[in-house]
Each structure stands twice: as structure tokens, then as C-alpha cells.
Write a protein that binds this ligand. Structure first.
Ligand SMILES: Nc1nc2c(ncn2[C@@H]2O[C@H](COP(=O)(O)OP(=O)(O)O)[C@@H](O)[C@H]2O)c(=O)[nH]1
Ligand SMILES: [Mg+2]
Length: 377
């Protein structure tokens, strides 16, 4: 037989060898779900008015005016801890904590009150100088074996003010001065080599937000890195490309699942794909890149489509059967007959291979659209 049994990163080698497609699909589904449901809990603390709630919203990609947004611009009157799930990844939770000064508790009691154990790391937010309370909190967080990051918000306001008052305004110098000032202030409060990030909650593309994300990602345990990355707003080319890599690594699993799925012939060709798997993947791309899939696909077809701008199976098939793509998909059917990285048995059906290439095509287009929408290319 010409069955490929090359190296295999799939969790159940046995299932692959026996070619039990239903079992494979089930295992793959389990595997993908397990990967995506890793929880990530981010604590956001700092004094009232520093911009905690705005940060929580910005990080979740939710507008301050949205009905699901954390209320901003209001004075905290309670010591309540509020949690906000990421709109697309409910396992990613941001916790909007009351400022330690508001509670009048000492740092250790405060941490107990907010239930510090469940947090993966803390973001301590300040809009001016760091307060002694926050510094004490940072030291206590460290003592508890957790990480913290200092974020200085409202940098847009600082820049606007400085631009008005300085004759030879230079943004870089001003940022440097604020950063230095924060670091020195923290070192005075006995926090060794503090990490300080300057941001504007109104425009994450500016200043240090990207550096903050990169640092968080690097310092998280590996199983949580992907979760964070997929939940991030599209703030940089690097983030978009990393999102792409994470999804690229999942494509082979989606393709494997498609082995038992319904193979649908592409209109006007002999090529078959698993359209339901493609729809599931495209929906995933929508969540990861915050791009309207219906609109994107419509732009790929380049002619009016009956369904309007809705993301439907029909629209997906329409894109796939558009001339350029369907030729290249057909070519893969006639070419190498296994999925790179897995070595899929040929007995599993050609559709998974074509599906694999179709998934790659959609992923590329989503990445491109995300970069374009954000003005990153
Ligand atoms: N210009 C500017 N205003 C901000 C920024 N972050 C928050 N604000 C504003 O500052 C006020 C307090 O923000 P909020 O998020 O409610 O602070 P919280 O009390 O710490 O939750 C609100 O009016 C926000 O619109 C920022 O980065 N830049
Ligand atoms: Mg608030």
C-alpha cells in the first residue's frame, strides 16, 4: 500500500495507523479544544481614575461605549472585584480590581481579599507617579510568587500637553523622560529593575503596548502563550504574524478532522472539500483577526453574490471554485498525497488534503486583511 507512515505529531498514533477516521476526528477535536480552553486570568489594579477599566476594555477589544464594556469614568464606591471575559475567548478573563488605596487594606490583606491565587499576573496601572501603596502591593505580589507589570496610562495626554508647552517638542525624548521618571520612582520604593510600559488606552498602536504584549507573552508558561496571543488586538505586524503561525499549526488538525466530514464537490470542478470544516476554521479566523469573514470572502469573489455579505457555506464554496484557486486546489489533489507534518494516510480521502490547502488560503487572506485594516502594511 502507499499509505504514508512518516513522523507524526498527532496525539493518537494508533488511530492514524488503523485509519479509523471517526476516532481520529474525535481525538483531534478533543485535542484542539483542550488547547483552546487553557484559562488565563489577568488582574488589573491601580487607583480610581488611573484608567483600569479603560485598559480592560482596550485589551478585550471592546469600545468604552459598548454595552459589554467595563464602566469608565466613574468613581469606585465599592471594594468589589469585577471580572470581564474576552468576547471571543471566554477563558481569558480580565479582573478589574479596586485600587489598594480605595480598600484601606494592607497589601497582604488586599491580595487575600481579591483572591490573588487565581491570577496569572498583575498589571498595576497609574496615570501619574506610582504610589507607595502600589509599590507595597508589587512587593507583596512578588513575595507570593506572582508577576506584575507597571503600566503608565494617558500618555496621549502627556504628549499633547508637552507639545503645547515645549518650543522644540520631541516625542521620543519626552517618552524617555516619563519612563525614566517612573523607573526611578519605583526604584526609590525598593522595587529592583522595574518594568514600566507607557500606553494610551485610546490608541494601543502608539507607545509601549506592543512591547507590553511581547513581554507578557514571553514570560507566560508556554501553554498560555498561544491563548494570550490569539486574544490580543491586532496591534502590530508581529502579533498578526504570530497569530497566523498559531493557526497555521492548527490547520493540519482541522484537515485531519475533515477526513470523516462531508466532502462537497466544488461547483464546476471534480475537486472536493469539507466545507463544514472550512466554515469552522474561517469562523475561528474571524475571532482571531477581528475581521468580518463574510465581507472578506465577498471581496475575494469579486462579483455580486446572492447571500449578500453573510458568511455561509455557499459563499465559501463560491470562493473556492473561483478560477485561480480551484486550479491550484486541483493541482494539489494530483500532487503529493499527504498532509505535511502528519503524513496522512491516503485512504482517508483526498478531500482532507484539498481542505488543508483551502484552509491555508483563507488563513493567508485573513492575515493580509488584518494587516491592511490596521494600516500595518
Ligand atoms: N486620554 C486618555 N484618557 C484616558 C486613558 N485611560 C483612561 N482615560 C480616561 O480617564 C478616565 C478614568 O478612566 P477609567 O478607565 O474609568 O479609570 P478607573 O477608575 O481606573 O477604572 C476616563 O474618563 C477615561 O476615559 C488614556 O490612556 N488616555
Ligand atoms: Mg473603573
Amino acid at each position: 500500500s502507499r499509505i504514508h507512515r512518516s513522523y507524526c505529531i498527532f496525539p493518537s498514533v494508533e488511530a492514524l495507523k488503523t485509519g479509523d477516521a471517526a476516532l481520529i476526528a474525535e481525538k483531534v477535536k478533543e485535542y484542539l479544544e483542550k488547547h483552546e480552553q487553557v484559562p488565563l486570568n489577568i488582574a488589573v489594579t491601580g487607583e480610581t481614575g488611573s484608567g483600569k477599566s479603560s485598559f480592560v476594555n482596550a485589551f478585550r477589544g471592546v469600545d468604552n461605549k459598548d454595552e459589554n464594556a467595563a464602566a469608565t469614568g466613574c468613581v469606585e464606591t465599592t471594594k468589589e472585584v469585577k471580572s470581564y471575559n474576552h468576547p471571543k475567548y471566554p477563558n481569558v478573563t480580565l479582573w478589574d480590581l479596586p485600587g489598594i488605596g480605595t480598600t484601606m487594606f494592607p497589601a497582604d490583606k488586599y491580595l487575600k481579599l481579591v483572591g490573588f491565587k487565581k491570577f496569572d499576573f498583575f498589571i498595576i496601572i497609574s496615570a501619574d507617579r506610582f504610589r507607595e501603596n502600589d509599590a507595597k502591593l508589587a512587593q507583596e505580589i512578588q513575595k507570593m510568587g506572582k508577576k506584575f507589570y507597571f503600566v503608565r496610562t494617558k500618555i496621549d495626554l502627556d504628549m499633547k500637553n508637552q507639545e503645547r508647552s515645549q518650543r522644540d517638542f520631541n516625542e521620543k525624548n519626552n517618552l524617555h523622560r516619563i519612563r525614566k521618571n517612573c523607573i526611578e520612582g519605583l526604584e526609590k520604593l525598593l522595587i529592583p529593575s522595574p518594568k514600566v510600559f507607557l500606553i494610551s488606552n485610546f490608541d494601543l498602536h502608539l507607545y509601549d503596548f506592543e512591547r507590553l504584549c511581547n513581554t507578557l507573552e514571553k514570560e507566560l508558561p508556554q501553554h498560555q502563550q498561544h491563548v494570550l496571543l490569539l486574544a490580543l488586538p491586532n496591534i502590530s505586524q508581529e502579533v498578526c504574524n504570530k497569530k497566523r503561525e498559531v493557526l497555521q499549526a492548527k490547520i493540519q488538525y482541522y484537515a485531519l478532522m475533515s477526513a470523516v466530514g462531508a466532502a462537497v464537490p466544488l461547483p464546476g470542478t471534480s475537486t472536493v472539500v469539507d466545507a463544514s470544516i472550512i466554515l469552522a476554521f474561517v469562523t475561528k479566523c474571524e475571532d482571531v483577526f477581528h475581521i468580518d469573514g463574510g465581507e472578506l470572502l465577498l471581496s475575494l469573489v469579486k462579483e455580486p453574490v446572492k447571500s449578500g455579505g453573510k458568511l455561509t457555506l455557499a459563499l465559501i464554496l463560491r470562493v473556492l471554485s473561483s478560477s485561480i484557486l480551484s486550479t491550484s486546489l486541483k493541482a494539489t489533489e494530483e500532487g503529493t498525497r499527504f498532509i505535511p507534518g502528519i503524513g496522512i494516510p491516503i485512504a482517508m480521502g483526498l478531500s482532507s488534503l484539498t481542505t488543508y490547502n483551502a484552509l491555508k488560503f483563507f488563513l493567508d487572506n485573513f492575515t493580509k486583511a488584518a494587516l491592511e485594516t490596521e494600516g500595518l502594511c
